[in-house]
Structure formats: C-alpha cells, structure tokens
Design a protein around this ligand. Structure first.
Ligand code: NI
Length: 219
C-alpha cells in the first residue's frame, strides 16, 4: 500500500470515529493538528509517517469526543493499526504517542515521549492557543452550556488528571487560566515554542480587551 493510500484509509477511519464531535474537536481540528505536526517535523529528525498517522488518530481514544469507554477505543485503535502495512515499532510508537499526549495526563507528571510523541503533543497544544484556541474555547464552552465569563467564578487549580475530569472548567474565560495560558511553557520543540510565544501574547491581548469591554470601559 502506498503512503497516500495509507493516509486516505486513516482519514476514513478517523472521520467515522469522530462524527459526533463538537466543532472544537471536529475534522478541521484534526486537519490543523496534522498540518502543525508536519510543520514541526520539518525541523526535527523523526519518522514523518508515524507523525502524520498519530496526528490523524490522536483524538480517537478521547472519550469526551468519541463517547464509549477508553478501553473500547484503545482496542479499536490497535485493531485498525493492524490493518496498516507498518512495522511493530511504528504501531507501538503511534499508540504510545496518542496515549501520553493529553494535557490531562500530563498533570500526573512528566511522561516519557518519543520525538514523534513530542511533535504530536506540541501540534495539538498549538491548536488550543492563539486565535484558533480562542474560537475553540468558546465553541466548546457553548457545546457544554457554559457561561462566557462569570466574575464570581474564579479559576481552579487542579492537582491531578482525575480532578480535571471531575470538575471541568466553569466558564470559557476560566479555561484560559486553567489550561490555555499554561501551554506556552509546556512545549517540547523549538518550533512550537516559537509559535506558542506569539499565540500566547495574542491571547493575553484578547483577555485585556475582553475585561475592558465587560466592564464598559473605553479601549
Ligand atoms: Ni486534539
């Protein structure tokens, strides 16, 4: 099977798995993460096929997007990978990279990631910040029926991934403090660090404007 056909097959599988996703986690998110990953991979020594496949598949085991249980989704992912002409190390690398990339899991301590895993993690995190990140946080908040902002609801500090699942953000604005503004310092690669810095500054500027407008002040 040629690379193009492998990618097409992966895309088909992903589209089926994420068809119930909200607009912050839809096919366009997958596509953007894939593009980010390919961009970062240009400056890193890595297996680019593993990077691309892992980026396409990265949300397939996230049950807040797919529904079902993590066990079932992991099983689906492994069975699907068996149908692709990849060597065992590549398949293991893909599964491992996907399993360890999430922000929630990184709250439990540093995870050992392959370079392909690091690229994927950075690529997904870049899509959570900047102009796109802002659009996604409000889209996701709306899908969950959350307020844009509530001055009485303060951001929470969470200790572990379990707590992160249980509580969730109360407002879209709180999510900036609980996750998005932390991502800049969590990037692995130099390319992602550079892009993240600019996107971070844009979010800070956005928040300044948001509070001014919220309080009826002149800009
Ligand atoms: Ni994602």
């Amino acid at each position: 099977m040629q690379t193009d056909n492998i990618i097409k097959k992966v895309e088909q599988f992903v589209k089926e798995e994420i068809k119930q996703a909200d607009s912050a986690h839809d096919w366009w998110h997958i596509k953007r993460v894939c593009n980010n990953a390919k961009l970062i991979a240009k400056s890193e020594e890595s297996d680019t096929l593993v990077v691309e496949i892992a980026a396409l598949l990265h949300d397939v085991t996230d049950i807040k997007i797919t529904g079902g249980t993590e066990e079932v989704q992991l099983h689906k992912l492994s069975s699907f990978l068996e149908t692709l002409p990849l060597v065992a190390v590549q398949k293991e690398n893909i599964v491992d990279s996907i399993a360890k990339q999430s922000f929630r899991k990184s709250l439990d301590g540093n995870q050992e990631l392959s370079i392909e895993g690091k690229i994927l993690q950075d690529a997904d995190r870049l899509d959570a910040i900047g102009a796109i990140g802002i659009a996604r946080v409000f889209a996701y908040g709306a899908a969950k029926g959350r307020e844009l902002y509530n001055p009485q609801d303060k951001p929470q500090t969470r200790q572990s991934s379990d707590q992160y699942i249980k509580t969730g953000s109360t407002t879209a604005i709180n999510h900036f403090y609980e996750k998005l503004l932390k991502l800049k310092d969590m990037m692995n690669t130099d390319t992602a660090k550079r892009i993240a810095k600019e996107r971070h500054e844009f979010m800070q500027l956005y928040l300044n404007h948001f509070y001014k407008e919220w309080n009826g002040e002149q800009n």
